[in-house]
Design a binder for this molecule. Sequence first.
Ligand code: NAP
Ligand code: MG
Length: 499
Amino acid sequence: MTASRTLPESVSPQAREFLAVAQHDHIIDGRSTASVDGSTFDTIDPSTETVLGTVAYGTAADVDLAVQAARRAFEAGSPWRRMAAADRGALLGRLADLVEAHADELADLESLDNGKPRRFARTIDVPGAIANLRYHIGSPARIQGRTVPVRGKDVFCYTTREPIGVCGQIVPWNFPLVMAVWKIAPALAAGCTVVLKPAEQTPLTALRLGQLALEAGIPPGVFNVVAGDGETGKALVAHPGVDKISFTGSTAVGRAIAERAGRDLKSVTLELGGKSPLIVMPDADLDAVVKRAFAGIYFNSGQVCSASSRLLAHESVFEQVVAGIAEKARTSVVGGAFDDDSYLGPLVSHEQHTRVAGYIESGRKSADLVAGGTIDAGRAGYFVDPTLFTTADDNAEIVREEIFGPVLVAQPFESIEEVAYRANDTEYGLAAGVFTRDLATAHKFAALLRAGSVYVNCWGLGDPAAPFGGFGASGIGREHGEEGLAAYLEPKSTFIQFS
Ligand code: NAP
Ligand code: MG
């Protein structure tokens, strides 16, 4: 890490302008706000290991200011609370339009800060954020109660669903803008107010989103952004003014948050890790398997919570599938975010690079290396080649633990019963999938697999309308759809005696 980044020529003028400021401040109560104690940290471009910008570092004092602002914005009678449901939805629509108008700028900032190839930031991340915001345009008007036939005489009972309050939202670095939008869109649609903490590795697009939200007309204090690290996140979780925590990230931190939130009786939604199995039956379309299993693990350099990181292929097709994926891995381009040919960008950070390198070392001891395994090509940037291991050992570390990098482990199986048991033999339960042309087999697996998302002949599909989240150590609750909105609402029963 040395001098400041010389930006690639194709970076948009808008992204350059955003990056040109001396310091990127929090957004608290509608204003750009430096930290109370003036502290800052640097955010790094992982393609080049250079400093991309200086960012305000949030301490407990900054979190407190943001929570107070969110609390004031949530008080009865505030402009936000008085706003008609349809108008709240319209504001989300306006924010979506602004994200669209700034699509190139946001994609550039995301690629520089996270390292993901810009073509994916443009075609997947930014459109995904827009779709999630637009899905919720109609949500406020769909928040309805019901009348309840109760036992009392001359008693009328109805339910309403009220916003839960001030939400602390903590997001990771793998899809920074998308994760921020997944959290703020349902919370704001529900009428909550938010303090969002982006990951220290990738704070820029969340801060830009906070600016755009103000431009869209979302009232000051409704959506605050406090940059910082795990300590900042901890302060947010522990703050007594926060009613709900929504977190996406590692299972270890999720557990710590759930413990603390349990003590304080705060509602939590946790979207955590995974070790998701993709099963290949002998009758599968093997070309489709190779293509989709490859993308399932190597897209975003494997830094995807629902990555298909464990491949279980029937012994009759195992070698063919492994050879197909290995060939694609050997010929795929690993490069900087702004190299147009890159399929895999760098990992997000030095820390993540070291962590993944450790798993590759572990894999070399417990499994056979078929492709990749290169962890230091002698250039700047946190690059790892797409790596493929095979092993029959279900207890190997690389079979059981989430690596969160471009490392796939493939294993053969003999029978349906055996593979379903092995696929479910994990503490996680985020995603699972099967490739088969047989309808009965597809339904059998869909029922057997213990995961929040099951994919048949595909992988990684998602939609703002379809619930997403995990069983077991993959989390608590769901994002997206009706369930995602309900996570920000408290039901209330009102009884009226009319005699
Ligand atoms: P992490 O520590 O779980 O970070 C996720 C978010 O939580 C970040 O914003 C982080 O802040 C914040 N945080 C950290 N400690 C906290 C605490 N005690 N209380 C409240 N917030 C806290 O994840 P990581 O260290 O970046 O990555 C480690 C591993 O987690 C990865 O290798 C991967 O296995 C897994 N992971 C999973 C997902 C997923 O989508 N399921 C996403 C990311 C990582 P700072 O990062 O700013 O310190
Ligand atoms: Mg960065």
